[in-house]
Design a protein around this ligand. Structure first.
Ligand code: NA7
Length: 552
């Protein structure tokens, strides 16, 4: 490799969230000259931007931690079962300080293009500041939920008051005291923020297009005993993680296991049709199991309820159970009915984990506008007009989600020769193992589409990908190789496998952001990988001489 000058690096890392921070650390540890970029003015990624009131992680904080450093595990103490956004951001800052990562990052700098030169095997990365840097390797740590999306509602620009997107919340916070607030959207961000906004504002009007399944967080402070139990169990957790490579929450691998048990089986053995498996749990035993899940407060761990993601009857039973709980939480039966989801199987949109969400509708200052009765027509200077009338408000909160999983990658013009990512993914994202894209050598997509990503613990999945990238680069340097790329045929096989596994589940039945359905015109493809033993498959590819990759 040639001696680097000021703008020449061995690796560029785009994004300074949990994937990017670890990538910078790990690659520098290998002796690489690394350069990071982030649009934000500090580290944290999605946790830097999502500062809306009530923002928390829906994975228990003890598991939402890096596992690569024993020192870190020993030195950091989470205070609550589900950490707040400020605490998670402090954690990211703590890691950056401890490992001196900030000097490696150019902040407030967005990468706008990346072009690979076939002759030199180098990427040229340009930014909105007009910089251009060269690097052998390009690591895209751009995040899965990092492109906020505000819907195109007629008249939005005419609104006289302030409007906010939950994913771009002002750093100084917002005081809603005495104000009438519209909240548009009832996904996780809406469900987390509505109770806090309602406690402060004079009045809140919630515009719900589709109700969501949400279960109580039963959040609580963490004790020293919780922490000790966690650390004691860590070796088991790590073994499980390294072994299966998928974990949704405290029940590692639950969703993937449930999904793929049926999905990967092309021919179910006689007498073991999906329906009959569900029948193993019915009547009182089924109700007891549901109640046990409820009592255990597993949050998104509900995805691990037996057969829930592959068997509609089982899903209906779980959905009925949770709808029953909504009825108990909301005093007015008509409002409760409107808050009950019926349009998608439970878990096929992300299950929300809330603190007093449904109870908030028992307050006198909260009104629900249900999209099944009346639809938003336009935003006026004074409020939101629906097919039934106008709602006057002083402020609007868009809790309307993200262009998930592909948005941040496609925002950058990435190309190599004839291959342009935007073209290559016109019909939906295609990757090999979620790690690389055929035609784009030396570019790695951390937690990319086609990997467990958003259906796993993002921190540990990022760790897995970073370690794979670092091992691969170390191997290439040892072997004197300068180029790695995914083989197009193996990529096609992987994409077909990802789809086949998903098709064996109920996931594709929902209009979710997992399938791109929340963005008009986005191709309908189920993007995360829900098959079994993802890490094993990645490991196999390496052990079989980087099967499916071409190295030169
Ligand atoms: P989500 O889960 O995508 O939720 C967005 C919400 O906004 C959802 O209720 C949408 O309704 C609603 N929405 C979107 N566009 C509109 C328009 N035009 N009119 C009315 N309502 C609209 O995003 P979140 O930020 O809440 O959560 C994203 C993830 O972040 C979450 O899953 C966690 O992993 C963390 P729809 O359901 O599409 O009918």
């Amino acid at each position: 490799m040639s001696e680097p000058t000021g703008n020449e690096f061995d690796a560029v890392v785009v994004g300074a969230g949990f994937g990017g921070l670890y990538a910078l650390h790990k690659l520098r540890e290998l002796g690489l000259r690394v350069q990071g970029f982030d649009k934000a003015s500090d580290v944290g990624g999605t946790w830097y931007w999502n500062r809306y009131p009530g923002c928390r992680c829906d994975i228990p904080s003890l598991s939402y931690s890096y596992t690569w450093s024993e020192e870190l595990l020993a030195e950091w103490t989470w205070t609550e079962k589900y950490a707040t956004q400020p605490e998670i951001l402090r954690y990211a800052g703590f890691v950056a300080d401890k490992y001196d990562l900030r000097p490696l990052i150019r902040f407030e700098t967005a990468v706008v293009s990346a072009v690979f030169d076939d002759k030199s095997n180098l990427w040229t990365v340009t930014t909105d500041k007009g910089d251009a840097v060269n690097a052998r390797y390009l690591v895209m740590a751009t995040g899965c939920l990092s492109m906020p999306r505000t819907p195109d509602i007629k008249g939005a620009e005419s609104f006289a008051g302030p409007s906010y997107h939950t994913g771009m919340w002002p750093h100084e916070g917002v005081d809603f005291t005495g104000r009438r607030v519209a909240v548009i959207g009832t996904g996780s961000s809406g469900i987390q923020s509505i109770p806090i906004i309602a406690a402060q504002a004079r009045h809140v009007t919630v515009f719900q297009r589709t109700p969501n399944f949400s279960v109580p967080a039963n959040n609580r402070p963490l004790s020293e005993a919780d922490r000790k139990a966690w650390l004691d169990n860590l070796p088991n957790y790590m073994r499980m993680l390294r072994g299966t490579g998928v974990d949704v929450t405290e029940a590692p691998g639950a969703a993937q296991r449930a999904a793929s048990v049926a999905a990967e089986r092309t021919q179910p053995p006689p007498g073991q049709q999906r329906g009959s498996m569900a029948m193993a749990l019915e009547g009182e035993a089924l109700q007891q199991r549901l109640q046990a899940f409820w009592d255990a407060s597993t949050g998104t761990g509900w995805l691990g309820f037996p057969q829930m993601l592959v068997n509609k009857e089982m899903n209906d039973a779980a959905a009925d159970f949770v709808r029953g709980k909504i009825a108990e939480r909301v005093r007015d039966p008509d409002i409760a009915a409107k808050l009950m989801p019926h349009d998608h199987p439970m878990g096929t949109k992300r299950i929300c984990v809330d603190i007093d969400y449904f109870e908030t509708y028992n307050r006198g200052n909260v009104q629900l506008v249900d999209g099944r009765d009346e639809q938003i027509v336009e935003i006026t200077p004074t409020g939101v007009r629906t097919t039934a009338g106008e709602y006057e408000v002083d402020a609007i909160v868009f809790a309307t989600g993200f262009d998930a999983m592909t948005g941040a990658l496609l925002a950058i013009d990435i190309r190599s020769g004839d291959c342009q990512l935007r073209e290559a993914w016109r019909g939906g994202p295609k990757t090999y193992l979620g790690l690389m894209v055929a035609g784009l050598p030396n570019l790695f997509t951390l937690t990319g589409p086609g990997s467990p990503s958003v259906l796993s613990n993002m921190i540990t999945s990022n760790e897995h990908h970073v370690e794979w990238v670092a091992e691969t680069i170390a191997y290439m340097r040892r072997e004197g190789l300068t180029r790695i790329e995914a083989d197009p045929d193996w990529q096609e096989k992987w994409v077909a496998h990802v789809n086949k596994v998903a098709d064996g589940t109920l996931f594709p039945q929902a209009n979710s952001w997992y399938t791109g359905a929340n963005i008009p015109g986005k191709p309908r493809v189920f993007m995360p990988y829900v098959g079994m033993n993802y890490r094993g498959k990645v490991r196999d590819a390496v052990e079989q001489g980087y099967k499916g990759f071409a190295l030169a």
